[in-house]
Design a protein around this ligand. Structure first.
Ligand code: NDP
Length: 271
């Protein structure tokens, strides 16, 4: 720990985007605290202090944030990166499965925000950077619960940003397109598969696997997160990678009928 270096907490820093972000934030001059549900399995990263954290547990979030404040005295930037996917047609996902995803992707964000925000407000400054997705902006057939969770993160973040600006805190969104990480391998499978969706689900799984495999490097997303953490006048949204940028623009300017035809084509949907 070096005096006067800004302090950042990155959730889910054991792999993928979170790990690349922790690395990039060290390079950018931050004291970095990264988290994992099981730090005993994490490969150490120079300049990063790892703490155990399960964002689905109130107790775990309270304890982790307290540890950061005790050790570093403050949190300047919170990066809510921890997240999980869930594949399958919406009808193939039980409500319990959907609740499990929301508990991490949505309520996990709310838990960390509620613990960190009082510290930021007390100091009159801070940034909260929430990982959304291009699927926070557009439909994602056969990833409906995941898309719903990221749309929720969008609505929550944008609303919260308006509430906390007057306290010197900003809430920003990073919206990656397909990024080459273990995300797809770590995604949960549907717990109530139905024959009627099987063929289309397999196609959708291929589309997702290709998007992740051929996607941007995690470092590309990390760069956008560093920009969100350090830009003098930050943007509300940082869409990362050329494809996600194009899709985000098209979503806003192309008539829905045309946009929806493209969505069906991209996802190789019948009919
Ligand atoms: P990874 O599966 O590689 O990383 C996910 C991270 O989340 C892991 O470090 C994991 O840590 C952590 N995590 C999972 N569950 C929990 C939990 N309950 N509590 C705390 N941490 C948890 O995927 P990515 O790096 O790709 O994903 C990072 C973020 O980026 C996610 O929010 C994802 O939705 C988003 N994103 C990813 C895209 C992609 O194409 N890869 C595209 C758009 C958005 P551990 O297992 O050690 O606890």
């Amino acid at each position: 720990m070096t005096k006067n270096r800004p302090v950042v907490l990155v959730t889910g820093a054991s792999s993928g985007i979170g790990r690349a972000t922790a690395f990039a934030l060290v390079e950018a001059g931050f004291d970095v605290v990264g988290t994992s549900r099981d730090t005993s399995r994490v490969t150490p990263l120079d300049g990063v202090t790892f703490l155990d954290l399960d964002v689905a547990s109130d107790k775990s979030v309270t304890a982790a944030v307290q540890q950061v404040v005790d050790r570093f005295g403050r949190i300047d930037v919170l990066v809510n990166n921890a997240g999980i996917g869930l594949t399958g047609a919406a009808e193939e996902n039980s409500v319990a499965q959907a609740q499990g995803v929301f508990d991490i992707n949505v309520f996990g964000v709310m838990r960390t925000v509620k613990e960190v925000l009082p510290h930021m407000r007390a100091r009159g400054s801070g940034r909260i950077i929430n990982l959304s997705s291009i699927f926070g902006l557009i439909p994602a057939p056969y990833l409906a619960v995941y898309a719903a969770s990221k749309h929720a993160v969008e609505g929550y973040s944008e609303s919260l940003d308006h509430e906390v600006r007057e306290h010197g805190v900003r809430v920003l969104l990073v919206e990656p397109g397909g990024t080459n990480t273990g995300f797809e391998a770590n995604s949960t499978q549907p717990d109530t598969p139905l024959q009627v969706y099987e063929k289309q689900r397999r196609i959708a799984d291929q589309v997702i696997a290709t998007a992740v495999r051929d996607g941007d490097a995690p470092a590309t997303v990390a760069k956008a997160i560093v920009a969100a953490a350090t830009d003098r006048n930050p943007k509300l949204r940082y869409t990362t990678g050329p494809l996600a940028g194009r899709i985000s623009t098209l979503r806003r300017i192309v008539p829905s009928r045309i946009f929806y035809t493209q969505i069906r084509k991209y996802n190789r949907l019948a009919g």
